[in-house]
Design a protein around this ligand. Structure first.
Ligand SMILES: C[S@@+](CC[C@H](N)C(=O)[O-])C[C@H]1O[C@@H](n2cnc3c(N)ncnc32)[C@H](O)[C@@H]1O
Length: 611
């Protein structure tokens, strides 16, 4: 095996140049020994004897680039890596920064962030210091790396139990949500961390940074490249901004740009330079701003604009991409000058070339609204405007394209539409309820009227009943009077009856028959004489009586008394009394007068001794 100091045969530099030209990765500024050691691994894996042959292999098998980059770019990282340094950051640097910033925005840049643990550690530190709401409102963390695969891992913000281990238990509970066997950084805070591809060697720095964290990345670069990158860091930082380096990274070069705040923890403060400041007066600017400073200021100005902006020239080459565009669409400095059709942005999030042509033809901006763009698992919505760009003389020089993120407004719009729909439904329901109430009201009114009628009817019936009651009462009174009279009559009748019975009893044997000859009265004497009791005799037809008296002998006298009314008759007949003795019975028949007519006959009988 060959180590870094004993490189393989072949042109190592030519290999690096080929990689840079073919894929835009410039490793020429990386420290040679460690770079050679990493490339050596690939040569061994692919069993290639030298660099020239490896280069040929890359030409033939482009997939090898992926393995090569994965081998060179070491993504080792961890949450709160080097705890003692993070403690210092949390306890000293962050409070100082917050004191200095009042309620202003805070821009933090984690360069060479690998899979994002460093950026999320920063998010936790600031969220703890500010509280969730202020954190979301004030803080933006740019997490950049040259390695797109590492960035896409970071964007998912989901970590294994092993990766999450360095996060203290209470913070883990507070900032992560358990999802099956992994931990996801809480969604609403996650949006504060913006991942984007950025090459420290080739791309211009992000500007107006308050805290720049570049840990364990600079050390891979040659001292010359390090000084260039540090100059960029100096430019990137605000005058009172801080730089946080890795444990073994010392500021060997350009030390006049930064002063140590705590050397052991590798925290440095920017030493402001006069030329970096935007000068107060027009005169000062006129004397001090060189054209390059102007362009730096222009680029920096474009970078702080929160809308993504790109420009293409008349030949269709990308000539400008501000920070937001670079972060959002993974563009880098090396993409500048490339034909737009070679870049993903020409068709995603929306097909651009036809729109650029349309803008040129119409000499008017072409606007597209609510273009859906799915960069991560979350779909975002962009308003895209393609505007023709004219020079001062009116000549068409290219097109400027803005991508305005309208996700928030769209969500608000959707929420508003939903609220409107809900309100409409509620209104309709209310209307229906009102109508129902009105119907019910009318029904109630009708029922009420019916009830009133029924009530009146009842009232009438009641009055009728009252009248009837009174009538009944008077009838009752009459009946009572009649009853009393009947009682009186009854007792009179009883007295009369008793009187008559007494008369009848005192007669020897007496029988009374009516006009039909039915027995009406049968006294004790008759019972004694003929042996029939009163109950047995009363009601019987006289002519049917089976007694010792030969009743047929009396038929004619009875009829005759009934016929003439006032005349009596006396008849003597032979008879047998109840004891069986033959007796001659003297029967006197007298008419019974009631109401002036003959109603019956009274028969009085006496026995005479038989001859
Ligand atoms: C060892 S990691 C450091 C991760 C993290 N900063 C930390 O300290 O835990 C180094 C990272 O630097 C990135 N890197 C290498 N060259 C770079 C470049 N030119 N620009 C930006 N990032 C680069 C690598 O992809 C890798 O993810």
């Amino acid at each position: 095996m060959t180590d870094g100091s004993q490189e393989r045969p072949g042109d190592f530099d030519a290999l690096l140049t080929y990689v840079r030209d073919a894929r835009g990765f410039d490793f020429t500024g990386y420290k040679r020994p460690s770079l050679a050691r990493r490339i050596e691994k690939r040569l061994e894996a692919r069993k290639v004897p030298d660099y020239d042959e490896y280069r040929t292999l890359l030409e033939k098998d482009p997939d090898e680039f992926v393995d090569l980059f994965n081998t060179i770019l070491i993504n080792v990282t961890a949450f709160f890596r080097d705890e003692f340094a993070w403690d210092y950051l949390r306890d000293v640097v962050v409070p100082r920064l917050l004191d200095a910033r009042d309620d202003e925005q805070l821009r933090i840049w984690s360069t060479g962030c690998a899979t994002g643990e460093e950026a999320f550690s920063l998010a936790i530190v600031f969220a703890e210091a500010l509280g969730g709401e202020d954190f979301k409102r004030r803080v933006k963390i740019y997490a950049t790396d040259v390695d797109a695969d590492a960035l896409s891992f970071g964007r998912h913000a989901t970590f294994s139990p092993k990766q999450i281990k360095p996060v203290p238990e209470e913070l883990r509970k507070k900032y992560f949500v358990r999802e099956n066997h992994s931990y996801a950084f809480r969604g609403e805070l996650r949006r504060t961390v913006i991942f984007g591809r950025h090459d420290l060697i080739q791309d211009p720095p992000i500007s107006r940074i308050d805290l720049l964290v570049s840990r364990n990345t600079l050390m891979y670069f040659t001292p010359e490249v390090q000084s260039r990158v540090l100059a960029n860091f100096h430019f990137a930082l605000r005058d009172d901004g801080y730089l946080f380096l890795g444990k073994s990274e010392a500021l060997t070069a350009k030390t006049d740009l930064f002063r140590p705040v705590d050397l052991k923890r590798r925290v440095f403060a920017k030493v402001p330079k006069r030329a970096d400041r935007l000068l107060a007066t027009r005169d000062e600017r006129a004397t001090l701003l060189t054209p390059s400073v102007e362009s730096v200021v222009r680029d920096a100005g474009l970078d702080v604009v929160s809308v993504a902006f790109i420009a293409v020239d008349r030949d269709g080459a990308l000539s400008l991409a501000n920070l937001q565009a670079r972060m959002q669409f993974g563009l880098s400095q090396r993409d500048l000058g490339r034909p737009i059709q070679d870049l993903e942005i020409s068709f995603r999030p929306v097909e651009l070339r036809s729109r650029i042509e349309q803008a040129y033809t119409e000499r008017h901006p072409v606007s597209l609204r609510d273009v859906a763009w799915r960069a991560t698992e979350e779909t975002r919505y962009l308003d895209v405007q393609v505007s023709p760009l004219n020079s001062g003389t009116g000549e068409l020089v290219g097109a400027g394209i803005t991508f305005t993120d309208v996700t928030r407004y769209r969500r608000l719009q959707v929420a508003l539409q939903e609220a409107r729909r809900d309100a409409e439904t509620a209104g309709e329901e209310l209307q229906a309820t009102v109508e129902e109430l009105e119907t019910t009201n009318e029904e109630l009114q009708a029922t009420n009227e019916e009830l009133e009628t029924t009530n009146e009817e009842l009232q009438a019936t009641n009055e009728e009943l009252e009248t009837m009651n009174e009538e009944l009462e008077s009838t009752n009174e009459e009946l009572e009077t009649m009853n009393d009279e009947i009682h009186v009559r009854s007792s009179e009748l009883n007295t009369t009856n008793a009187f008559l019975e007494a008369i009848l009893a005192s007669l020897p044997a007496a029988i009374v028959v009516d006009r039909a000859l039915r027995v009406q009265a049968w006294n004790a004497g008759a019972r004694e004489l003929w042996g029939l009791t009163t109950d047995e005799a009363v009601g019987q037809h006289f002519m049917n009586l089976d007694i010792g008296l030969p009743v047929d002998r009396l038929h004619a006298p009875l009829r005759s008394v009934l016929a003439d009314g006032g005349n009596r008759d006396i008849v003597r007949v032979d008879a047998t009394n109840r004891r069986g003795r033959a007796v001659t019975t003297r029967v006197e028949l007298a008419p019974l007068h009631a109401n002036g007519s003959t109603d019956g006959v009274i028969l009085m009988m006496e026995t005479e001794d038989a001859q």
